[in-house]
Each structure stands twice: as C-alpha cells, then as structure tokens.
Design a protein around this ligand. Structure first.
Ligand code: UDP
Length: 341
C-alpha cells in the first residue's frame, strides 16, 4: 500500500505505545488511563467491574485510542488480547479490590487475583516483551514496628488474619514479579502504594476518606474506628499517577520496590477535623470497634522515589480534600435526599 504524506510523519513522530491497564475502571486505574491517553498513548483497559465503577470510564468512552474489555485477570487471558501482544509495550497491574471491607468479602478471590492474576499479566508482558508494573501496597508492612516505613523494612504482617488475603496476596505478587525480573523474563517495576484519595473513589467502598466526606455531605453519623489516634498519610490521586508513570518510565533494573505516597501523617481524628471544617457539617461522630489487625501507624519513607524518579507529591491536603469534597458533592446530587437533615 502506498504511504501517504500523512502516514509518514505520524508514524515517526508518534509511535503509539499500547498500554494494558488491568483495573483501569478503578479509582487510580481510571486516572492512569486518562493520563496515558492525554500523552498520546493507547490503552486497553481490562476490568472485571467487581469493585470498580463503569462510570469512571464514561469520560473515556468513544476515545479513539481507548478500549475496554470486561475481564477478570484470574482467568486465562482472552485470545484477542494475546493476539495484540506484538503491539503491547506496557502492562500495568492495578486490578484488585483494595478497600478492607471489600477485599475481605471474597478473600479467596482477592488472593487469587494477586497471585494467579499477576502471573497471567506477567506472562502477557513476557510474550509481548513489554514492561510490567505491579501496584503493591503499604499493607506489605502490616502493622509496622518501624516508622516511617522504608522499602527495606520486611514488615509485620499477620499471615492468618482477615487482612492476609490482601497483604499476603500482594507479597506473593511482589515475589512473583521479582522472579520474572531476576530470570530476565520481563522488565519489572513494583510500586508500594500508600493511602490515596481523590475523585473517582467509590462513595461506598468503606475507606476513611470516602466514608467521612460522604457521611458529612449526607448528614449521616461520621464513623471513627477505635479512638481515632491511629495514623495514615494520604496522597492525592494525581500525585500517585505521576509517581506510577515516572516509575514505569524510569530506566533502572527495576529490581527493588518503590514506595509512593504522601509522607504527611495524621491521625484519623485530625482527618475528621479537616472534613468537618471543610464541609461545615454538624453530623454526630460515633466510634466503632477498631477492625482486626488495623495498623496503628503508617507513613511512607519516599527517599527512594525521590532519588530514583525525582518524584514527590505536590498537592496539599487542603487542596486535595477540597477537590475531593467537590467531586463527591456532585456525585451525591443524584441520590435521594434520605438522611439529609
Ligand atoms: N477508619 C475509620 N472510619 C471509617 C473507615 C476507616 O476510622 O469510616 C479507619 C480505619 O480503621 C483505619 C483508617 O481509618 O485505621 C484507614 O482506613 P482505610 O480503610 O481508609 O484504609 P487502610 O486501613 O487500608 O489504611
């Protein structure tokens, strides 16, 4: 076929990267899909829609470089994806229920998503000679005895408790990923994601940021588990996505995990104070029992991400919470007014 003037420059200027984003309909995954499309790449989004929301993809539907395929990564890879292998340049694994109440609802599925699902995606990356990125988690540190948590800390995870399906599943997924890397079967990257928040969170997924904001906006009781003195460090989603992309792009051997998160640590009570101030709610605060194995403290040491990627979060808690509250307020508009005083 004769090449036209239009084909030539297009092909050289923009060699399209094809990204497979597993979990692309989820909270962080949907922002990642958007960011990859915005920089001119193509995205094949795989998602089983177990805990993610099709509405997160509404803005991407019809985009000429975006495709969605409903697929559970624990199942064999569909033939049509395997056929695309020669074009696939990057495989991102963001597929797993990540909120404690949701990943504990079907623990066997959570474990297998991390182990079998990660293996299926690694095999795809190997066949495609694509680079693979696993989103692991701060949960690999369990209830940490070292503070803040750096990547060389081996963690304090209960392998028998209700969080084990996720924590141990992610630890196994990391082991598998580094085994592929060590054997030269794929170029690998492992991000350990700390608590992240922002638009596209599921209002009802049970996380502290989404719970407190939605409870405040709906005028429902605000739930603090335990005495609220436990700490977390919250990263805004655009910072997280920038970190993930920098890690995927970074030229290094990839054989070490990289913490991504915001080191600004606070108690749940402090977070509650911010949400109350921002929303002006008069909702009552109620205390509920602290979940089993709930980590007491969590804060990332992000020195490695700084040195390797030149990355650090930029969005302050005030800006991030403001944007998140505004987004939830829009989301909840469609809801019936029950519960609002
Ligand atoms: N939490 C809370 N109220 C809620 C939901 C969660 O006080 O409505 C607490 C939870 O016990 C934990 C912290 O907030 O100590 C963060 O919980 P989340 O589920 O958001 O994330 P993770 O425990 O995975 O860090």
């Amino acid at each position: 076929m004769k090449k036209t003037d239009r084909d030539g420059p297009r092909a050289t200027v923009q060699p399209l990267a094809l990204n497979v984003v597993a979990g692309g309909a989820g909270f962080i995954g949907s922002h990642l899909c958007r960011a990859l499309l915005d920089r001119g790449e193509s995205v094949l989004c795989l998602d089983n829609l177990q805990t993610s929301r099709p509405s997160n993809l509404r803005a991407l539907e019809g985009h000429p470089r975006f495709r969605f395929l409903r697929h559970d990564i624990g199942q064999p890879m569909p033939a049509e994806v395997l056929r695309m292998a020669p074009r696939i340049t990057r495989v991102w694994n963001l597929a797993c229920a990540a909120s404690p109440p949701l990943y504990q609802r079907d623990p066997e599925h959570t474990m297998l998503t991390n182990v079998v699902g990660t293996n299926n995606l690694l095999r795809l990356a190997e066949a495609a000679k694509a680079r693979f990125l696993l989103t692991s988690t701060s949960e690999v540190y369990g209830d940490p005895e070292i503070h803040p948590q750096a990547e060389d800390y081996r963690g304090n995870v209960s392998c028998t408790g209700p969080r084990a399906c996720y924590d141990e599943g992610k630890r196994a997924a990391e082991a598998l990923t580094f085994d592929y890397g060590r054997a030269g079967r794929a170029q690998v990257r492992v991000a350990r994601i700390f608590n992240t928040y922002g638009p596209n969170m599921d209002p009802d997924d049970g996380r502290v940021v989404s719970n407190l904001i939605c409870q405040a906006l709906r005028g429902n009781e605000m739930t603090v588990y335990g005495d609220g003195s436990q700490t977390r460090s919250f990263c805004y989603v655009s910072d997280m996505v920038a970190g993930l992309m920098a890690l995927m792009d970074a030229e290094f051997d990839g054989m070490e995990p990289v913490n991504l998160g915001n080191p600004h640590e606070m108690t749940v009570n402090e977070l509650l104070g911010h949400v109350v101030a921002l929303t002006g709610t008069r909702a009552r605060v109620v205390h509920r029992p602290l979940p089993v194995d709930d980590p007491r403290r969590r804060r990332p040491d992000i020195s490695r991400a700084g040195a390797l990627l030149g990355w650090a979060p930029r969005v302050s808690l005030a800006e991030g919470l403001d944007a998140t509250c505004a987004w939830f307020a829009e989301e909840l508009v469609a809801e019936p007014a029950a519960g609002v005083a």
